[in-house]
Write a protein that binds this ligand. Structure first.
Ligand SMILES: [Zn+2]
Length: 174
């Protein structure tokens, strides 16, 4: 209810989405711009020179966002995978619990995960703003439990899931 009164931090139009990560409200247009800037920025900062990639259609909401954000090129040697912030935060948390190095990696010379800092909330809000069907990724009970644990922390300390991913990146386990 309260959200309807909120305004986009950038343009002042009525807000559509609250970014816990940026700590402000965004309209549909600026949610889209923020996602474009962040994901294309990630591609560039990791040194990928291409603008078109092989896309992997696994039917996921993350795939739909990647297909919106990036041009498809079946011949590209780099494929874009569809893992999200939640997948990487879970991998890092599992590492700290079990010490097993995650199989999940952000990228290599053959693939990249441009949504590794993008949350499922953001993906679903974006797709719904385009009237696209969007579903949460199916999770095991253990994943659901660990995600709930992280989301509870996230409520008190916004950005903590992202911090976990940044730590994983820094110590080179993902
Ligand atoms: Zn706006």
């Amino acid at each position: 209810m309260e959200e309807q009164l909120q305004k986009c931090h950038i343009c002042g139009r009525s807000a559509y989405f609250y970014s816990t990560y940026l700590k402000y409200y965004l309209c549909k247009k600026h949610l889209e711009r923020m996602l474009i800037k962040r994901t294309r920025g990630a591609v560039i900062s990791k040194g990928y020179k291409r603008r078109a990639f092989k896309l992997i259609n696994d039917g996921s909401s993350a795939y739909k966002l990647n297909a919106f954000l990036f041009k498809a090129d079946k011949k590209s040697i780099i494929s874009l995978r569809n893992n999200t912030l939640e997948d990487f935060a879970l991998a890092v948390l599992e590492y700290f619990i079990s010490k097993n190095k995650p199989k999940l990696k952000i990228g290599s010379t053959k693939f990249f995960n441009p949504l590794y800092t993008t949350s499922e909330d953001e993906i679903i809000a974006f797709l719904k703003s385009k009237n696209e069907k969007a579903d949460l990724k199916p999770r095991t009970d253990r994943e659901k439990y660990l995600l709930q644990f992280m989301r509870d922390i996230e409520k008190r300390r916004p950005g903590s899931m992202l911090s976990a991913v940044r730590i994983g990146e820094k110590i080179r386990i993902i």
